[in-house]
Design a protein around this ligand. Structure first.
Ligand SMILES: NC(=O)c1ccc[n+]([C@@H]2O[C@H](COP(=O)([O-])OP(=O)(O)OC[C@H]3O[C@@H](n4cnc5c(N)ncnc54)[C@H](O)[C@@H]3O)[C@@H](O)[C@H]2O)c1
Length: 254
């Protein structure tokens, strides 16, 4: 496959599903070789096979982003297989239990959501950045949410975790910008993925209600976020750092 990422290596966490899978495929379509990391082996292997069937190169490593040793191994293995790490999309995340006010949230749910959505992104960056510093180049995109930019009743652990991702992204971007590493985040609105389908099945909000939050009048597609992630990782975004970019159909413009 030929494209903007010919000869480049991209790592995608949460690559077994939703936006992670769509972004891995979009990178591969631009010529990148992929490392797919996820705790879901079957889904990860399906992403790998989809990329290989289309003529691309991809590998899978089972990784829980909350376990430091596994995250370190994810980066080490990527470099062992492919020789470098050019782009990383730190995307693995969970919604946690929605619909509870702060005083009703359990300590367990709070800790789990922060461990995966925020500490998981921190751990990924902790091991990706030293490799990129060695190379003198690299680009990282973290998957935040519109929940990184505005509050949302009934979603405090998630919103806090995503505000944290935005802060982590901006701080790290300022720390490493002069050393060849660009770090940004995307902030998706409602996007059709298995996570969103689960939320719909859970009955907390109907599809009609979700659409009512979207000035564009519809829910987004995973591929629409993937294209923005690939753009932010590309040379076309060479002067863009520390951005937490809404990809949200206008939700936070209201
Ligand atoms: N779908 C939306 O509307 C929406 C909106 C804004 C932000 N997001 C964010 O986008 C990201 C991707 O979500 P999605 O909608 O594609 O969901 P998804 O459920 O389809 O995919 C999430 C992936 O993350 C993996 N994962 C979860 N915990 C993990 C862990 N501890 N270690 C490794 N992998 C783990 C899952 O196995 C899954 O493959 C998440 O961070 C989510 O918070 C989603």
């Amino acid at each position: 496959m030929a494209g903007k990422f010919e000869g480049k290596i991209a790592l995608v966490t949460g690559g077994a599903s939703g936006m992670g899978r769509a972004t891995a495929i979009a990178f591969a379509q631009e010529g990148a070789k992929l490392m797919i990391a996820d705790r879901d082996r079957a889904g990860g292997e399906l992403t790998v096979n989809t990329i290989k069937d289309a003529g691309g190169q991809a590998s899978f490593i089972e990784t829980d982003v909350t376990i430091s040793k596994q995250v370190e191994a994810m980066v080490t293995r990527t470099v062992e297989i492919y020789g470098s790490l050019d782009c990383a999309f730190n995307n693995a995340g969970i919604p946690g239990r929605m619909g509870l006010k702060v005083a009703d949230c359990s300590e367990e749910d709070w800790a789990r959501v922060l461990a995966i959505n925020l500490t998981g992104v921190f751990l990924c960056m902790k091991f990706e950045i030293p490799q990129m510093l060695k190379q003198g180049r690299g680009s990282i995109v973290n998957n935040a949410s519109v929940g990184a930019l505005v509050g949302s009743p009934g979603a405090a652990p998630y919103v806090v975790s995503k505000h944290g991702v935005a802060g982590l992204t901006k701080s790290a971007a300022l720390e490493y910008g002069k050393r060849g590493i660009r770090i940004n985040a995307v902030c998706p609105g409602f996007i059709h993925t298995p996570m969103l389908d689960q939320a719909l099945q859970g009955g907390g909000m109907s599809e009609k209600q979700m659409i009512s939050f979207e000035p564009i009048g519809r829910i987004g597609k995973a591929e629409e976020v993937a294209k923005v992630v690939v753009f932010l990782c590309s040379e076309d975004a060479s002067f863009v750092i520390g951005l937490a970019m809404p990809v949200d159909g206008g939700q936070v413009a209201q």
